[in-house]
Ligand binder design. Structure first.
Ligand code: NAD
Length: 497
């Protein structure tokens, strides 16, 4: 069974993240597990079940049976259950934040912020009966048309390691309020947070089986996508896997929305407020140790912006590892990030700040660490200028004009976020109008749309139609049913029959 004992950064045993099927913790049928690393400590904190197709079959069958009663529960009563869940999540906020800090390596405060953002998504779902109800209209004499949002049945979500409780909450509340049963496959690197979320959902009154957890790796995902009774797949992760999952699901005629990776460009022009820009760019590129799909990855410094670059380097130098910035998810990711830094230097980039030899926090020397790193004079064709590094590395590209900067942003394959730093409204408008990204910022480096606005990128950052949160998210997990009725005694003399 999973346990949730953490109250500080000290390593503790979280047990086994088992599958949650029908309200019970169960091992995967073949009994296989993988170790789960605490990245800050660099030692295992527990195990995670490795599910096979047999586990997926069982989870989906139980979910299918449970979904019937849940779909027949009035939507306002479903909202009441979700509301009680929200209260419990807030009551257990510290506990949930520590779980995220342990399995992901984030600071406690970052874990807390991510849990709160997940709760905000839940609040949106609770309000769905008020804001996104279907509608009815008299369309002819005595004839009414009604639109309903009907659930799909059993639906599934597959999520990445970097926001272990926030990203699942982009999907689960909206899928559940719609009357679906939801099967979640958390990242095998961070499986514990959602174990506690599901326990608390059941404590709030969610019927067992309506929210199932199946842990594991690629075979579990493939079995979920292929299962004939799984009607829709939501996926968030790297572009490579998003593309594969999207193709596989849509080839089977399924509904799929798959969010991928990112390479976000922040553009600074000379009139930008120096203090605010520097603070913001550092927070965007180094927060969550750069392991965010919305993190600043490239700073395009336009014209005479040396004073801004100097301020960014000065601020980033003050970031304390383990205090202001958390750990990297695992040793393999540390290698990928440091290889990128090595390669950029070899290709001619200038290292303004080197995180490769940053000093780990005392007592956590065995953890997975890379300090804030800033590379200058990167070119757009260098891997550091165009590939997702997913670590605390800011690549600076220099241009003479704003149009060149916009062209560099536009030429990038991805399209999650882009931002402009300026004190001039016209310049801001000009850039935002031209960025090729789904989420744009003005003087803000992590332009995440808060509820009720929707989250979703463009280009290789998203496969499928629509955004994953907000009204689009609700529509993704539902299908429209249109009912036209004539009950009036008066005869209708229009073309309707
Ligand atoms: P990942 O793609 O390696 O894994 C995501 C999920 O897919 C995990 O649950 C994993 O078990 C599963 N998976 C891995 N390989 C698979 C395969 N071959 N077939 C089927 N399933 C597979 O991503 P990650 O390393 O966990 O997360 C980091 C990535 O997620 C980054 O690229 C980041 O940009 C992206 N991300 C994107 C968003 C967004 O909103 N666009 C949000 C968060 C993270």
């Amino acid at each position: 069974m999973p346990r949730f004992p953490a109250t500080s950064y000290a390593l503790c045993d979280a047990g086994v993240a088992q599958n949650r099927i029908g309200g019970t913790w169960v091992d995967a049928t073949e009994g296989a597990t993988l170790p789960v690393l605490n990245p800050r400590v660099g030692a295992p904190m527990g195990q995670v079940a490795c599910s096979t197709a047999a586990d997926i079959d069982e989870a989906v069958a139980v979910a299918q049976a449970a979904q019937i009663g849940w779909a027949n529960t009035p939507i306002k009563a479903r909202a009441q259950v979700l509301h009680r869940w929200r209260v419990l999540l807030e009551t257990h906020l510290d506990e949930l934040s520590w779980i995220v800090a342990h399995e992901n390596g984030k600071n406690f405060e970052e874990g807390r912020a991510s849990a709160l953002k997940g709760i905000e998504c839940l609040e949106f779902a609770i309000a769905v009966p008020n804001g996104l109800a279907g509608g009815t209209l008299q369309v002819s004499q005595g004839i009414r048309c009604e639109h309903r949002f009907a659930p799909l049945g059993v639906v599934a979500g597959v999520v990445p390691f970097n926001f272990p409780v926030m990203v699942p909450m982009w999907m689960a509340p909206l899928a559940l309020i719609a009357g679906n049963a939801f099967v979640l496959k958390p990242s095998e690197k961070t499986p514990f947070g959602m174990c506690r979320f599901v326990e608390l959902a059941e404590e709030a009154g969610l019927p067992p089986g309506v929210f199932q957890l199946v842990h594991g790796t690629r075979p579990a995902v493939e079995a979920l996508v292929d299962h004939p009774d799984v009607k829709a797949i939501g996926f968030v992760g790297s572009t490579r896997v998003a593309r594969v999952v999207y193709s596989r699901a849509t080839a089977l005629g399924k509904r799929a929305l798959c969010l991928g990776g990112a390479k976000n460009h922040l553009v600074a022009v000379p009139d930008a407020d120096v203090e605010m820009t520097a603070t913001n760019v550092v927070a965007s590129s180094m927060g969550s140790a750069g392991q965010r799909c919305m993190a600043a990855s490239v700073l395009v410094a336009v014209g005479d912006t040396q004073h801004i670059v100097d301020a960014i380097v000065a601020k980033a130098s003050q970031v304390r590892l383990g205090h202001d910035m958390g750990a990297i998810i695992d040793p393999e990711a540390v290698r990928r990030i440091t290889d990128h830094i090595d390669a950029a230097v070899a290709a001619g980039a200038t290292l303004l700040l080197d995180g490769r030899d940053a000093k780990p926090p005392e007592g956590f020397e065995g953890g997975c660490w890379v300090g804030p790193t800033i590379l200058d004079h990167v070119t757009p064709d260098m891997p550091a200028g165009c590939e997702e590094i997913f670590g605390p590395v800011l690549s600076i590209i220099r241009t003479e004009t704003l149009d060149e900067a916009i062209e560099i942003e536009n030429d990038n394959n991805y399209g999650n976020a882009a931002a402009i730093y300026t004190s001039d409204g016209g310049t801001a408008q000009y850039a935002v109008d031209r960025f090729e990204a789904g989420m744009c910022g003005v003087n803000i480096g992590v332009p995440v749309p808060r509820e009720p606005f929707q989250f979703g990128g463009w280009n290789a950052s998203r496969f499928g139609h629509g955004d994953i949160t907000g009204a689009d998210g609700f529509r993704f997990w539902t299908r429209g049913k249109k009912i036209t009725s004539k009950w009036a005694l008066a005869s209708d003399n229009t073309w309707m029959s």
